[in-house]
Design a protein around this ligand. Sequence first.
Ligand code: AGP
Length: 614
Amino acid sequence: MCGIVGYVGPRDATPIILAGLKRLEYRGYDSAGLAVVEADGTIGVRREVGKLNGLVEMVAADPVSGHIGIGHTRWATHGEPSRRNAHPHVGVTGEVTAVHNGIIENFLPLRQELEAEGRRFDSETDSEVVVHLVEAYMAGGADLEVAVRQALKQIKGANAFVFLSSREPDKLVTARIGNAGGITVGVGEGEMLIASDIPAILTHTRRMIFIEDRQLAVVTRDGARVTTLDGEPVATELYTIPWDPVSAAKGQYRHFMQKEIYEQARSITDTIRGRARLEAGHARLEDLELTLEEAQSLEKIIIVACGTSAYAGRVGKFIIESLARVPVEIDYGSEFRYRDPIIGPNTAVLAITQSGETVDTLAAMEEARNKGARLWSIVNAIGSQAMRISEGYILMHAGPEIGVASTKAFTASLVDLYLLGCYLGELRGTLTANDLRQRVDDLARLPALVGRVLGHGDEYERIANRFHDREHFLYLGRSINYPIALEGALKLKEISYIHAEGYPAGEMKHGPIALIDEAMPVVAIAVRDHVYDKMISQIEQVKARGGIVIALATEGDEDIGGKADHVITAPPTPRLLSPVVNVIPLQLLAYHLAVRRGCDVDQPRNLAKSVTVE
Ligand code: AGP
């Protein structure tokens, strides 16, 4: 979805904004632009459709520079991707410009009113309305800050903005209403930055202030003054982000997704570190702020999440119910608030969200809070909205995930869910000290198993070469690995545009079996576990109908080669941790198929990293 970058300070804003937008490319966009107050005091704007390189070339051919500016990557909602619909928008006087994330729900009546007053609009966007409003208030004598406050009183919907005026070329005014993505103010040395996402400005500073719902900040090179939209001063907290800027770069890898897949032995080690206490033989999650009494009185956990995070939640149900014997429900963020969920005083709602900014998940959290649930989250983005509104949280510690298709954040969530299961199991007395020690030991061995599965390279390329022209895939798994079948199918469709369905294997005979033929490969997760025989029988049913089977099997399984057409392997792994290991071959399979089809792996069409619209 749309990305925002702003700069004010002694350096030239243009390269800083362009580099920041480059780091936001992963969010998904279809056009980009920037606006800078130039030496002659006018606002110079450059906007281009398509990839950011187009804007970079435009700026190289027709340079623009200055010490204050704003930039934007747009993901079209109102009006096609085009130069005139790209941000920043400029009003009729050329003195006010703005970038915007979100949707102005009442833009049409506002636009009609402004047009009736004689204002001419240049674009089809909802965003331009707010520029005209601010300009109109400034024409009436208000300064930029006051004009923004007045304009925002008229706006409905979840929105984030940054405004700049050539009349006051020393400040940016930024504001946030609702959950249209974050606004982060980066505190540098004698310079300040603004971004919708931390990686955009991480090379300049790690010190960040997060702008909350209904807050406004006036940002100059010396600092930020934060108030509510009504003008009440707000005491802000300065967060120091531990992420290393290098971890947000591609390094020697061809794609971020590839890098992130191969990082998983390390990222899982980071997720475990400090939480799985090997000598003591237990797990600790201090940021969850959970008391013994709360753990023991817990009657239900409802996991809310979207996409890949929701599949992590489905695995979490197996893990938590098994270790802590608490019933777990799982719902999509987009569905939860529309079903009048039953929440008692001893219900915890656990949101899982890599970005911490997914609007549907945030809305579900809000619904849960209003109904009196205890609110927890598993998040990767430190300081994100989901983390801030939770009573307790568990960080993924996966590091920045740039590829739109989530990989290392998925496995980190699974590890967090396992840690939560162990922690709750101990507090609720459902695990003996010996069980717990065994579980924690298993976890300590996980990074080595992940490293081992990542060591198998060529087989995925071979399979990709053989099947890259197929249009349909079916993924089957059972028990705790059935959500992994769903995740494998999601990865494939996201990045290769091959239609793929994931199914609990036992359901195949209730419908999808009609699809089986020699054109549709079936990926079957058939590792040696308690449902191995059942999976073998599914494979036989597929083969009996002339289907092609790619089996994910346990290393050393000699028998399966006689049944499946192709075999990829994973090391034997304790059952509750096996999804972490088993998903990796499916990530690699999707990756190699997408590369072989020539797809844009890191920025698949129509997708965005943070989905900040409903
Ligand atoms: C994952 O590959 C997808 N891009 C998508 O399903 C994602 O998991 C979903 O949008 C939820 O994102 P979140 O974890 O940031 O909330």
